[in-house]
Design a protein around this ligand. Structure first.
Ligand code: MSP
Length: 504
């Protein structure tokens, strides 16, 4: 039986069109999901849209459209983005779907049954943009710590006894040191919880675009309680006996942006503890992108549109640049020049050139035939075994969400392979020692095959093209070390990573 692996992205608010932040988490999750699938896991990868709450309601009002019609339209933009990003979720969930509403209400009922919900009245600050409540002491110059405007709310509300879960949460963090990552973020969360937790308002009465509170339909559920429950809905909850739930819950990894870590690392585990359900194994918070040194915001008009970039540079290149440019977990700065340089240096010059020079040499000088070698020299064995080590390093890096290290490990092998070509000089061997030339080319084709399997999760289109050129049709790590068959013949190769012309 395959080991299950359940990975999620946040579900995205449908108040606006998709931007680089949405693309980033989704691509990172897709890379991990693809690697795990290729590595023999039974993967469940969930993403989708968060469609209730005041923020979405207001956007629908501003557009002058019924909220359901509005969310149908905007959610579709997100769903359509998946193939554009070359992302392959197992389910695209929407919180307006019937099974999800049922799950959210079941969650509510569990919290009522455990005595964790009481009726009170909320008066305090609320930020619609963040969909978050803030204490007076948290405000900075009359705004939320995120810079979002806040408004005063006074309305009847149900509360969740979050305060009761302070100690259990701290104990849980201590016993599960890997639950929150990176470590710096973990420390922030622990500090926040140590500072004391106030009960959390979990229903609203001043608008009705949300999941109805069971038994009190004047209230809709707070959008975060509704939204977080999607991770359960995605695997069949509230049916906890169904195979998908039993297989995949608790989730292995919730990938989130740093701004929404508190919801995932404090509220969510508290809701789960209270409802008697298992807690996810890990929450990893990545950093934020700026654009050419500036904070990204609609008012500055510098929002980065992933679709435009993909139109121009392709999904593979976009995926690579997002992962390569920053250590996963840190903030990063996006620049077009940086992107173009990466594409030319790492994809066209290093990887693309390796593949193209080897395959076109075989095509032109060896009638397109790859001959198997009977014996290998020590340097041949070394370069092949270095790739086995790289697979181990990549596996390890994926386990820790160190996606930049994944790139490091693979590109080191690409540079080594180019150096091997330069050292072995197959073009000189053609006359001097044709037998050795065949060996060298055979080694190189096997190196390229392994490289393409390694780059597959990041660069799915190009890697697939390369593997198919080499006659490899099974994209799994199980056959990573299998040597290519005798006399495979190749078609005329074309460059998979074209160089981008310098801008004039
Ligand atoms: N709906 C909630 C999540 C609910 S999960 C149960 C939400 N949605 S969102 O659409 O606002 O956020 C989406 C994600 O985009 C967050 O993970 C956030 O960190 C990320 N980003 C938004 N702007 C970003 C950057 N500039 N850079 C990187 N990621 C950014 O929050």
């Amino acid at each position: 039986m395959k080991t299950p692996y359940y990975i999620t992205t946040p579900i995205y608010y449908v108040n606006d069109k998709p931007h680089i932040g949405h693309a980033y988490t989704t691509i990172a999750a897709d890379v991990i999901a693809r690697f795990k699938r290729m590595d023999g896991y039974d993967v469940m990868f969930l993403t989708g849209t968060d469609e209730h709450g005041q923020k979405v309601n207001k956007s629908a009002e501003n557009a002058g459209i019924d909220p359901q019609v509005f969310v149908d339209r905007v959610s579709k933009n997100f769903k359509d983005l998946m193939p554009i990003l070359n992302v392959t979720p197992d389910r695209f969930i929407r919180t307006t779907e019937a099974d999800h509403k049922k799950a959210a209400q079941d969650m509510w009922n569990r919290l009522v049954a455990s005595g964790d919900i009481y009726l009170g009245s909320y008066s305090g600050w609320y930020s619609v943009r963040d969909e978050a409540f803030y204490a007076e002491s948290e405000l900075i110059d009359g705004k939320a710590p995120t810079g979002a405007p806040v408004e005063w709310l006074e309305e009847p509300s149900y509360f969740f006894r979050l305060s009761k879960w302070q100690e259990p949460l701290l104990t849980f963090y201590e016993q599960n040191p890997d639950f929150i990552a990176p470590v710096s973020r973990r420390n922030e969360v622990v500090k926040f919880v140590e500072g004391g937790l106030m009960d959390l308002s979990i229903s609203r009465t001043s608008f009705n675009w949300g999941v109805k509170v069971p038994g009190d339909e004047k209230h809709v559920m707070y959008v975060w309680l509704d939204a977080l429950t999607n991770y359960l809905t995605g695997v069949g909850f509230p049916d906890t006996a169904v195979a998908s739930y039993k297989t995949f819950w608790p989730a292995d990894l919730h990938l989130v942006g740093k701004d929404i870590l508190r919801f995932h690392a404090v509220y969510w585990p508290a809701f789960l503890m209270a409802s008697g359900l298992d807690l996810p194994k890990r929450v990893f918070a990545h950093g934020w992108w700026t654009n050419e040194g500036q904070k990204i915001s609609k008012s500055l008009g510098n929002v980065i549109d992933p679709i435009e970039l993909i139109d121009q540079y392709g999904a593979d290149a976009f995926r690579y640049v997002l992962l390569r440019e920053v250590s996963f977990g840190n903030d990063g700065d996006f620049s077009i020049l940086g992107m173009r340089n990466r594409i030319n240096a790492d994809l066209a010059n290093a990887y693309g050139n390796l593949v193209q020079r080897v395959l076109s040499f075989i095509y032109k000088q060896c009638d397109g035939i790859i001959y198997a070698a009977d014996q290998l020299e020590p340097q041949d064995k070394l370069i092949l075994s270095n790739l086995e080590d790289a697979l181990k390093d990549v596996r390890e890096a994926i386990e820790h969400q160190a996606l930049h290290k994944v790139c490091d490990a693979i590109w080191q092998c690409i540079y080594d392979a180019n150096a091997y070509v330069d050292a072995e000089k197959p073009w000189s061997l053609r006359k001097e020692n044709p037998e050795r030339m065949k060996e060298v080319l055979y080694v190189l084709c096997n190196v390229i095959k392994r490289l393409a399997l390694l780059t597959f999760p990041i660069l799915p289109s190009a890697s697939k093209t390369i593997l198919l050129q080499l006659g490899v049709t099974k994209f799994v790590y199980e056959n990573f070390t299998e040597m290519m068959p005798e006399k495979h013949s190749i078609e005329e190769p074309y460059p998979v990573f074209p160089r981008i012309a310098e801008e004039v």
